[in-house]
Ligand binder design. Structure first.
Ligand code: AVJ
Length: 320
Protein backbone atom coordinates (compact mmCIF):
# COMPACT_ATOMS: atom_id res chain seq x y z
CA UNK A 1 0.00 0.00 0.00
CA UNK A 2 1.14 3.57 -0.48
CA UNK A 3 1.25 5.67 2.67
CA UNK A 4 -1.78 7.86 3.25
CA UNK A 5 -1.22 11.63 3.09
CA UNK A 6 0.31 12.89 6.34
CA UNK A 7 -2.24 14.10 8.89
CA UNK A 8 -0.98 17.44 10.04
CA UNK A 9 -2.00 18.45 13.56
CA UNK A 10 0.96 20.70 13.92
CA UNK A 11 0.88 23.43 11.27
CA UNK A 12 3.92 25.45 10.33
CA UNK A 13 2.48 28.43 12.25
CA UNK A 14 1.87 26.35 15.44
CA UNK A 15 5.46 25.19 15.26
CA UNK A 16 6.74 28.72 14.86
CA UNK A 17 4.56 30.00 17.68
CA UNK A 18 5.84 27.23 19.94
CA UNK A 19 9.44 28.03 19.02
CA UNK A 20 8.89 31.74 19.72
CA UNK A 21 7.36 30.99 23.13
CA UNK A 22 10.17 28.62 24.08
CA UNK A 23 12.88 31.00 22.91
CA UNK A 24 11.33 33.91 24.81
CA UNK A 25 10.92 31.88 28.02
CA UNK A 26 14.23 30.01 27.83
CA UNK A 27 16.54 32.82 26.76
CA UNK A 28 15.19 35.37 29.22
CA UNK A 29 15.55 32.98 32.18
CA UNK A 30 18.32 33.44 34.77
CA UNK A 31 19.74 30.02 33.83
CA UNK A 32 19.19 29.95 30.05
CA UNK A 33 17.62 26.86 28.50
CA UNK A 34 15.91 25.61 25.33
CA UNK A 35 13.78 22.47 24.95
CA UNK A 36 15.37 19.66 22.91
CA UNK A 37 12.53 19.28 20.42
CA UNK A 38 13.92 22.18 18.32
CA UNK A 39 17.02 20.16 17.34
CA UNK A 40 15.02 18.18 14.83
CA UNK A 41 14.74 20.09 11.55
CA UNK A 42 15.82 18.10 8.46
CA UNK A 43 19.52 18.57 9.24
CA UNK A 44 19.06 17.88 12.95
CA UNK A 45 17.15 14.68 12.22
CA UNK A 46 19.99 13.57 9.92
CA UNK A 47 22.60 14.40 12.55
CA UNK A 48 20.62 12.40 15.09
CA UNK A 49 20.57 9.40 12.72
CA UNK A 50 24.33 9.79 12.42
CA UNK A 51 24.62 9.83 16.25
CA UNK A 52 22.79 6.50 16.42
CA UNK A 53 25.61 4.94 14.35
CA UNK A 54 28.49 6.31 16.49
CA UNK A 55 30.59 3.82 18.45
CA UNK A 56 30.01 5.75 21.71
CA UNK A 57 26.23 6.00 21.34
CA UNK A 58 25.11 2.68 22.86
CA UNK A 59 21.33 3.31 23.42
CA UNK A 60 20.22 2.60 19.84
CA UNK A 61 22.20 -0.64 19.52
CA UNK A 62 21.19 -1.83 22.99
CA UNK A 63 17.50 -1.12 22.41
CA UNK A 64 17.69 -2.78 19.00
CA UNK A 65 19.13 -5.90 20.67
CA UNK A 66 16.16 -6.03 23.08
CA UNK A 67 13.63 -5.56 20.31
CA UNK A 68 15.32 -8.13 18.07
CA UNK A 69 15.04 -10.69 20.85
CA UNK A 70 11.59 -9.79 22.19
CA UNK A 71 9.58 -8.64 19.17
CA UNK A 72 7.84 -12.02 18.79
CA UNK A 73 6.81 -11.94 22.50
CA UNK A 74 5.58 -8.35 22.12
CA UNK A 75 3.45 -9.31 19.11
CA UNK A 76 2.06 -12.41 20.86
CA UNK A 77 1.39 -10.78 24.26
CA UNK A 78 -0.32 -7.68 22.90
CA UNK A 79 -2.05 -9.06 19.81
CA UNK A 80 -2.22 -5.43 18.69
CA UNK A 81 -4.30 -4.36 15.69
CA UNK A 82 -2.86 -0.83 15.63
CA UNK A 83 0.74 0.13 16.34
CA UNK A 84 1.23 3.80 17.23
CA UNK A 85 4.78 5.16 17.49
CA UNK A 86 5.44 8.44 19.30
CA UNK A 87 8.50 10.45 18.21
CA UNK A 88 8.98 7.93 15.45
CA UNK A 89 11.89 9.55 13.57
CA UNK A 90 13.11 7.03 10.99
CA UNK A 91 11.17 4.14 12.64
CA UNK A 92 14.23 2.01 11.91
CA UNK A 93 14.03 -0.16 15.08
CA UNK A 94 10.25 -0.34 14.82
CA UNK A 95 10.69 -2.52 11.74
CA UNK A 96 11.68 -5.33 14.10
CA UNK A 97 8.20 -5.06 15.62
CA UNK A 98 6.52 -4.72 12.23
CA UNK A 99 8.34 -7.85 11.06
CA UNK A 100 7.15 -9.83 14.09
CA UNK A 101 3.57 -8.59 13.69
CA UNK A 102 3.68 -9.41 9.98
CA UNK A 103 4.73 -12.99 10.69
CA UNK A 104 2.01 -13.33 13.31
CA UNK A 105 -0.71 -11.55 11.30
CA UNK A 106 -3.42 -9.27 12.66
CA UNK A 107 -1.71 -5.86 12.64
CA UNK A 108 -3.71 -3.61 10.33
CA UNK A 109 -2.42 -0.09 10.86
CA UNK A 110 0.85 1.64 11.69
CA UNK A 111 0.63 5.22 12.94
CA UNK A 112 3.99 7.03 13.33
CA UNK A 113 3.81 10.48 14.95
CA UNK A 114 6.68 12.96 14.79
CA UNK A 115 7.36 16.72 14.71
CA UNK A 116 9.67 16.28 11.73
CA UNK A 117 7.75 16.36 8.44
CA UNK A 118 10.86 15.35 6.48
CA UNK A 119 11.57 12.29 8.65
CA UNK A 120 7.91 11.27 8.53
CA UNK A 121 7.54 11.63 4.75
CA UNK A 122 10.47 9.38 4.24
CA UNK A 123 9.64 6.74 6.86
CA UNK A 124 5.96 6.45 5.87
CA UNK A 125 6.85 6.02 2.17
CA UNK A 126 9.51 3.40 2.92
CA UNK A 127 7.41 1.42 5.38
CA UNK A 128 4.33 1.45 3.15
CA UNK A 129 6.50 0.12 0.31
CA UNK A 130 8.09 -2.60 2.46
CA UNK A 131 4.96 -3.82 4.29
CA UNK A 132 2.27 -4.40 1.70
CA UNK A 133 -1.16 -4.72 3.29
CA UNK A 134 -0.25 -2.43 6.21
CA UNK A 135 -2.15 0.83 6.44
CA UNK A 136 0.36 3.62 7.19
CA UNK A 137 -1.02 6.86 8.65
CA UNK A 138 1.71 9.37 9.50
CA UNK A 139 0.80 12.14 11.93
CA UNK A 140 2.77 15.38 12.16
CA UNK A 141 2.50 16.33 15.79
CA UNK A 142 4.07 16.89 19.18
CA UNK A 143 3.81 13.72 21.27
CA UNK A 144 3.22 15.71 24.45
CA UNK A 145 0.21 17.47 22.95
CA UNK A 146 -1.48 15.25 20.38
CA UNK A 147 -2.32 12.26 22.59
CA UNK A 148 -6.05 12.95 22.35
CA UNK A 149 -5.80 12.75 18.54
CA UNK A 150 -4.54 9.18 18.39
CA UNK A 151 -6.68 6.77 16.37
CA UNK A 152 -9.17 4.90 18.56
CA UNK A 153 -10.57 1.41 18.47
CA UNK A 154 -8.91 -1.95 17.90
CA UNK A 155 -6.31 -3.19 20.33
CA UNK A 156 -3.62 -0.54 20.36
CA UNK A 157 0.05 -0.74 21.20
CA UNK A 158 1.74 2.62 21.71
CA UNK A 159 5.53 2.48 21.43
CA UNK A 160 7.78 5.22 22.74
CA UNK A 161 11.35 4.17 22.08
CA UNK A 162 14.89 5.48 22.16
CA UNK A 163 14.74 6.71 25.72
CA UNK A 164 13.01 9.86 24.45
CA UNK A 165 10.91 9.94 27.64
CA UNK A 166 14.17 10.92 29.35
CA UNK A 167 14.13 14.23 27.46
CA UNK A 168 11.13 15.31 29.56
CA UNK A 169 11.70 16.80 33.01
CA UNK A 170 10.28 14.71 35.90
CA UNK A 171 7.08 16.77 36.22
CA UNK A 172 6.53 16.74 32.44
CA UNK A 173 7.14 13.00 32.45
CA UNK A 174 4.46 12.36 35.08
CA UNK A 175 2.01 14.57 33.18
CA UNK A 176 2.85 12.86 29.91
CA UNK A 177 2.40 9.32 31.28
CA UNK A 178 -0.90 10.30 32.92
CA UNK A 179 -2.15 11.84 29.66
CA UNK A 180 -1.01 8.74 27.80
CA UNK A 181 -2.91 6.50 30.21
CA UNK A 182 -6.01 8.72 29.85
CA UNK A 183 -5.79 8.43 26.05
CA UNK A 184 -5.71 4.61 26.25
CA UNK A 185 -8.31 2.07 27.24
CA UNK A 186 -8.03 -1.10 29.26
CA UNK A 187 -6.70 -3.71 26.84
CA UNK A 188 -4.30 -1.26 25.16
CA UNK A 189 -0.55 -1.49 25.71
CA UNK A 190 2.49 0.76 26.09
CA UNK A 191 6.03 -0.24 25.11
CA UNK A 192 8.51 2.15 26.71
CA UNK A 193 12.27 2.37 26.06
CA UNK A 194 14.40 3.81 28.88
CA UNK A 195 18.14 4.25 29.02
CA UNK A 196 19.46 2.89 32.33
CA UNK A 197 21.72 4.42 34.99
CA UNK A 198 25.27 3.19 34.54
CA UNK A 199 28.82 4.37 35.07
CA UNK A 200 29.17 7.95 33.75
CA UNK A 201 32.33 6.83 31.91
CA UNK A 202 29.95 5.02 29.56
CA UNK A 203 27.06 7.51 29.57
CA UNK A 204 28.95 10.76 29.03
CA UNK A 205 30.93 9.79 25.90
CA UNK A 206 27.62 8.78 24.28
CA UNK A 207 26.77 12.50 24.48
CA UNK A 208 30.26 13.78 23.67
CA UNK A 209 31.60 11.67 20.82
CA UNK A 210 35.14 11.91 19.51
CA UNK A 211 33.98 12.75 15.96
CA UNK A 212 32.04 15.79 17.21
CA UNK A 213 28.70 14.81 15.66
CA UNK A 214 26.80 15.43 18.90
CA UNK A 215 28.44 18.86 19.14
CA UNK A 216 27.07 19.74 15.68
CA UNK A 217 23.67 18.32 16.64
CA UNK A 218 23.70 20.49 19.76
CA UNK A 219 24.65 23.67 17.85
CA UNK A 220 21.95 22.91 15.30
CA UNK A 221 19.32 24.35 17.64
CA UNK A 222 20.99 27.75 17.20
CA UNK A 223 20.89 27.36 13.41
CA UNK A 224 17.18 26.54 13.61
CA UNK A 225 16.54 29.70 15.65
CA UNK A 226 18.62 31.81 13.26
CA UNK A 227 16.69 30.54 10.27
CA UNK A 228 13.18 30.44 11.73
CA UNK A 229 13.30 33.60 13.84
CA UNK A 230 15.99 35.64 12.08
CA UNK A 231 18.30 35.53 15.10
CA UNK A 232 22.03 36.20 14.82
CA UNK A 233 23.63 33.45 16.91
CA UNK A 234 27.18 32.50 15.92
CA UNK A 235 26.84 28.73 16.52
CA UNK A 236 30.58 28.10 16.20
CA UNK A 237 31.22 30.49 19.10
CA UNK A 238 29.51 27.98 21.42
CA UNK A 239 31.25 24.91 22.80
CA UNK A 240 29.47 21.61 23.27
CA UNK A 241 29.23 20.41 26.89
CA UNK A 242 27.84 17.08 28.14
CA UNK A 243 27.67 16.64 31.90
CA UNK A 244 26.39 13.87 34.19
CA UNK A 245 24.28 15.08 37.12
CA UNK A 246 24.71 12.36 39.77
CA UNK A 247 21.84 13.61 41.96
CA UNK A 248 19.22 13.79 39.26
CA UNK A 249 20.75 10.90 37.30
CA UNK A 250 20.59 12.66 33.98
CA UNK A 251 22.96 13.91 31.29
CA UNK A 252 22.69 17.58 30.42
CA UNK A 253 23.81 18.99 27.12
CA UNK A 254 24.78 22.60 27.20
CA UNK A 255 26.24 25.19 24.84
CA UNK A 256 28.96 27.29 26.44
CA UNK A 257 29.70 30.78 25.14
CA UNK A 258 33.42 31.01 24.33
CA UNK A 259 33.35 34.84 24.52
CA UNK A 260 30.89 37.53 25.62
CA UNK A 261 28.10 37.82 23.08
CA UNK A 262 24.99 39.84 22.43
CA UNK A 263 22.38 38.03 20.36
CA UNK A 264 19.31 39.60 18.76
CA UNK A 265 16.28 37.35 18.58
CA UNK A 266 12.60 38.38 18.36
CA UNK A 267 12.46 41.65 20.27
CA UNK A 268 15.05 40.44 22.78
CA UNK A 269 18.69 41.27 23.18
CA UNK A 270 20.22 38.27 24.90
CA UNK A 271 23.56 38.75 26.64
CA UNK A 272 25.97 35.87 27.17
CA UNK A 273 28.94 36.23 29.49
CA UNK A 274 32.11 34.36 28.47
CA UNK A 275 31.72 30.82 29.80
CA UNK A 276 27.96 31.12 30.33
CA UNK A 277 26.04 27.95 29.53
CA UNK A 278 22.72 27.44 27.80
CA UNK A 279 21.03 24.11 28.66
CA UNK A 280 19.68 22.46 25.52
CA UNK A 281 18.78 18.95 26.66
CA UNK A 282 18.22 16.76 29.67
CA UNK A 283 18.47 13.02 29.02
CA UNK A 284 17.38 11.18 32.14
CA UNK A 285 18.60 7.67 32.89
CA UNK A 286 16.43 5.25 34.83
CA UNK A 287 16.54 2.43 37.34
CA UNK A 288 14.18 -0.49 36.75
CA UNK A 289 12.27 0.15 39.99
CA UNK A 290 11.87 3.82 39.07
CA UNK A 291 10.37 3.01 35.68
CA UNK A 292 7.87 0.63 37.30
CA UNK A 293 6.95 3.22 39.95
CA UNK A 294 6.43 6.01 37.41
CA UNK A 295 4.25 3.76 35.25
CA UNK A 296 2.22 2.61 38.26
CA UNK A 297 1.72 6.22 39.40
CA UNK A 298 0.21 6.95 35.97
CA UNK A 299 -2.13 3.95 36.19
CA UNK A 300 -0.21 1.45 34.06
CA UNK A 301 0.55 -2.11 35.07
CA UNK A 302 4.06 -3.17 34.05
CA UNK A 303 3.91 -6.67 32.56
CA UNK A 304 7.48 -7.25 31.32
CA UNK A 305 10.85 -5.55 31.71
CA UNK A 306 13.66 -6.59 29.41
CA UNK A 307 17.24 -5.41 28.94
CA UNK A 308 20.01 -6.11 26.44
CA UNK A 309 22.69 -8.65 27.51
CA UNK A 310 24.91 -5.87 28.86
CA UNK A 311 22.10 -4.29 30.87
CA UNK A 312 22.52 -0.91 29.23
CA UNK A 313 18.96 -0.20 28.17
CA UNK A 314 15.50 -1.22 29.42
CA UNK A 315 12.29 -1.88 27.54
CA UNK A 316 9.04 -2.15 29.51
CA UNK A 317 5.78 -3.56 28.26
CA UNK A 318 2.85 -2.22 30.30
CA UNK A 319 -0.93 -2.57 30.12
CA UNK A 320 -3.34 0.30 30.39
C1 AVJ B 1 16.13 11.51 21.48
C2 AVJ B 1 16.34 10.47 23.56
C3 AVJ B 1 17.08 9.39 21.66
O1 AVJ B 1 18.60 11.71 24.73
O2 AVJ B 1 19.80 10.10 23.92
C4 AVJ B 1 21.26 11.96 21.36
C5 AVJ B 1 18.75 12.46 21.79
N1 AVJ B 1 20.79 13.80 22.34
N2 AVJ B 1 22.41 12.61 21.63
C6 AVJ B 1 18.98 10.99 23.80
C7 AVJ B 1 20.25 12.73 21.83
C8 AVJ B 1 22.12 13.72 22.19
C9 AVJ B 1 18.38 11.20 22.42
N3 AVJ B 1 16.99 10.70 22.27
Amino acid sequence: MTAEPLEIYLEEQDLERGLRQDVRAGLSAEQKWLPPKWFYDARGSELFEEITRLPEYYPTRAERAVLAERAPDIAALTGAKTLIELGSGSSEKTRLLLDAFTRRGGLGTFVPLDVSVSALRRSTAEIAADYPGLRVRGIVGDFTRQLDRLPTGGRRLVVFLGGTIGNLLPVERAEFLAAMRAALEVGDWLLLGTDLVKDPSVTVPAYDDAAGVTAQFNRNVLRVINRELGADFDPEAFEHVARWDPDREWVEMRLRATRPMRVRVLDLTVEFAAGEELRTEVSAKFRPAGVAAELAAAGFVAAEFWTDPEGLFGVTLARA
